[in-house]
Design a protein around this ligand. Structure first.
Ligand SMILES: Nc1ncnc2c1ncn2[C@@H]1O[C@H](COP(=O)(O)OP(=O)(O)OP(=O)(O)O)[C@@H](O)[C@H]1O
Length: 364
């Protein structure tokens, strides 16, 4: 597959599925691995990094894997192409910036990315829609086993897998759930929740991972601890925590409906009006309005918009996608203008309806 295949649409994993898909957007499993007897990327020379890449290509591009995976070196991609891959969550912002000998293997269905020479030599990532921790881990683990038969990993009997950052040593596993938590945010419960998560050994990050901001009330909850616990324990603990957060978000939504209906309705409809009629939209404003409209859809205050279209828009409002839509590189002001046009087109502004007697949902 050429790179265009991976750049044209939002990934399936963002389309939501399963019973809690109004709150849980995606599951991500990431395994960090390094080659034995080789300096790790943060301290390796250019030549060493190239050797790692060559070894992995040999190991990875077996006739069997070649059928399912495409391979791209960062250095061969334009800045916009790399940015689009980040916006689709197919590579990390870190990989996109570290071009030399950095590469990615992408499965045709976009659910698996194997990043090479990121912070570690190998980072296996599997994405699934909704809350599917165990299933997603099993897919990542199966690929890890296949790769582990071809290359020798840096592994210590006492510590487990060795990684660049001590926080990943042991299992090398980060399991992460992307969640939409508008009611907890509106009712100012997020700070307490983040503190609670930290005490439980979890991390709360923004939509684009480490160092990114909370955009559109979307948060990623993941495990902090990778050492001294089995993979199963890590996944079970995260599952429990996520189930509790789902319950808290549902309670907060219920309270907003019961105690602040008019304020909520006002917020939802203002957001809808902005998405419909604004001529200029920053990514922050677009994300915030999409979040409010999504809440309105989930609480059946607005009809006629598919949640999957809103999920798709969360990605399409990003600078890379807006420029791809415009067909040219744009400055910040023009991006805001094209973003407003793009969102209106995507959501089919003339067919949006509000109120209890809404129309059937349609696919935009
Ligand atoms: N549940 C998720 N769904 C979709 N994408 C995700 C999810 N969790 C993380 N990502 C994406 O993965 C990328 C890396 O995120 P993050 O920095 O949190 O992860 P990491 O690989 O565990 O990094 P590190 O170990 O360096 O902290 C980001 O682009 C982020 O958006």
């Amino acid at each position: 597959m050429n790179i265009e295949h991976f750049l044209k649409r939002a990934p399936q994993s963002m389309m939501g599925s399963g019973e809690d898909s109004d709150i849980v957007m995606t599951t991500r499993i990431r395994l960090a691995r390094n080659m034995a007897n080789t300096r790790f990327p943060l301290s390796s020379s250019q030549q060493e990094a190239n050797e790692v890449l060559e070894k992995l290509m040999k190991a990875f591009l077996t006739p069997q894997e070649q059928l399912n995976f495409s391979y791209f070196r960062m250095v061969d991609l334009s800045q916009l192409e790399r940015q689009l891959l980040v916006e689709k969550h197919l590579i990390s912002p870190y990989l996109a910036k570290h071009k030399e000998a950095a590469a990615v293997f992408l499965s045709t269905d976009e659910s698996i990315s194997v990043m090479v020479n990121e912070e570690d030599h190998v980072r296996i990532q599997v994405l699934s829609p909704g809350l599917q921790l165990m299933e997603t881990y099993e897919r990542a683990s199966a690929l890890d086993d296949r790769l582990g038969k071809q290359v020798s990993y840096a592994y210590d009997e006492q510590f487990g897998y060795l990684t660049s950052c001590p926080t990943n040593v042991g299992t090398g596993l980060r399991a992460s759930i992307m969640m939409h938590l508008p009611a907890l945010t509106m009712s100012k419960q997020m700070n307490v929740l983040v503190q609670m998560m930290t005490r439980l050994g979890m991390v709360v990050r923004g939509i684009y991972g480490e160092g990114s901001e909370n955009l559109g009330n979307i948060y990623q909850i993941s495990n902090q601890v990778t050492l001294g616990k089995s993979e199963r324990e890590i996944l079970e603990e995260l599952q429990k925590v996520v189930e509790q957060i789902i319950e808290k978000e549902r309670n907060a939504r219920k309270k907003l409906l019961e105690r602040a209906y008019v304020t909520l309705d006002d917020r939802v409809n203002r957001a809808l009006g902005t998405l419909r009629y604004a001529r200029v939209l920053t990514s922050e404003e677009a994300a915030s309005c999409l979040s409010n409209v999504r809440l309105g859809v989930d609480l059946k205050m607005i009809h006629g918009i598919l949640p999957s279209s809103l999920n798709e828009c969360v990605m399409l409002i990003q600078p890379g996608f807006v420029q791809q839509y415009a067909g040219t590189m744009l400055d910040a002001v023009d991006r805001d203008i094209y973003r407003a046009k793009y969102v209106q087109e995507k959501l089919g502004k003339d067919r949006l309806t509000t109120g209890e007697k809404g129309e059937e949902s349609y696919d935009v």
